[in-house]
Ligand binder design. Sequence first.
Ligand SMILES: Cc1ncc(COP(=O)(O)O)c(C=O)c1O
Length: 480
Amino acid sequence: MSKLIFELSSVGRRCSELPPLDVELIEFDEALTRQSTPSIPEVAEVDLVRHYMELSRQAFGVDNGFYPLGSCTMKYNPKINEETSSLAGFAQIHPLQPESTVNGALQSMDELSSALCEVTGMDAFTLQPSAGAHGEFTGLLLIHAYHQHRNDLKRTKVLVPDSAHGTNPASAAMAGYSVISVPSNDKGGVDVDALKSALSDEVAALMLTNPNTLGLFDPNILEISRLVHEAGGLVYYDGANLNAIMGIARPGDMGFDVVHLNLHKTFSTPHGGGGPGSGPVGVKSCLIPFLPKGTLHPTEKKLTVSSEFPIGRMRSFYGNFLTNIRALTYILSLGGEGLKEASENAVLNANYMMAKLSDLYPVAYVGPCMHEFVVSCQKLKDETGITAKDVSKALLDYGIHPPTMYFPNIVHEALMIEPTETESKETLDRAIDVLREIHALAYSNPQVLLDAPKTMPIKRVDDVLAARHPILKYTPEGAQ
Ligand SMILES: Cc1ncc(COP(=O)(O)O)c(C=O)c1O
């Protein structure tokens, strides 16, 4: 294990030198100054550089290798995004600068909002939320404000399918709603009869991911949104899986009223450790009056305009501005046709891998998939004792990031594989070969898999201990 930067510290060592003082020294009142020096690591520049280089080598990212983490769309982040977002006109401005001095920034926010409206079929976007879950929470507050404003106060429930990502019920609960789970049917879509019985004048909204977390597009979507609307509720689109349908189908045309997008997935901005993320929320016109403060008004194009009945501010200023510039760069460099092609290739790549693996790794819900697919390792576990987790750990030794494991919860021993469109056929073929080899090893030499990973700085962690007693801060020796 590498040492922490604090452990590398040596008193008096420096990696910067301040110029000699050339202004009058001001002595502060002692009551305003620190009584002891802060414990900031003291290291030389070379040690600092080596330390962070070493850490970056230990972290796995899309720039290191294949990263088929289902539901996360770990696509390649084009480097031109970095170039545009570091232009001084974007990177060196301050959110409190007068609007007249940041016209280019305003225009870029407007262009991004308009492009997202076009892709999703929505009428306006707020770029404020910083992540998908933050977008969900924002969307639910908008839905809440909408019902309150109509004096429809009985609506205290939010419906969420049992295949949903965990953030959906969590966001609904945070927004003060009780969560009602709607079961899936035998094809992996929403069970429409169960939905009908769950609907009532107490339901504020249905949250839906389409294609869902099984990688399946719900063919009943028009009926589903009609039923919710007839019951007086709104329909929320979790856009984490938009990568399957960009330029092909629009949530707005499917009847969704609110949408969040994960720019750090679909629109190629950095993800995981590379963030920060961005989770803009799009709405149909009936929800525009409630958009948070700091939203660029869709028609007046002014930052300072606050909405009529805003839900408040969802974060400081105008969202992760430079992340949004990266996403705009991606959209402009691909263009409408390019976005469509990206989705088509994402779906093609997932179906290719699924077809090449499903004889060994049975697919949970059979049929063509969208941009990802879910296999079950239950049979493998029953016959060899090797679990989805063992397969995942073994992949690390082949330089492949594991797929999402044990999600969605409705599939036993699940592995959710999302190759994305940015991978070559050679990369997909190698991953297929590796997964087939691991499958063979499960029968011939399972111990190799149980001992994996052998090449990683950290082997297997105690999941329960890590979850229950995480060590989140460094305590220097001798300190409390
Ligand atoms: C289907 C789905 N919804 C919501 C989220 C939450 O997004 P974020 O991680 O940006 O908060 C995720 C994240 O992976 C997801 O896969």
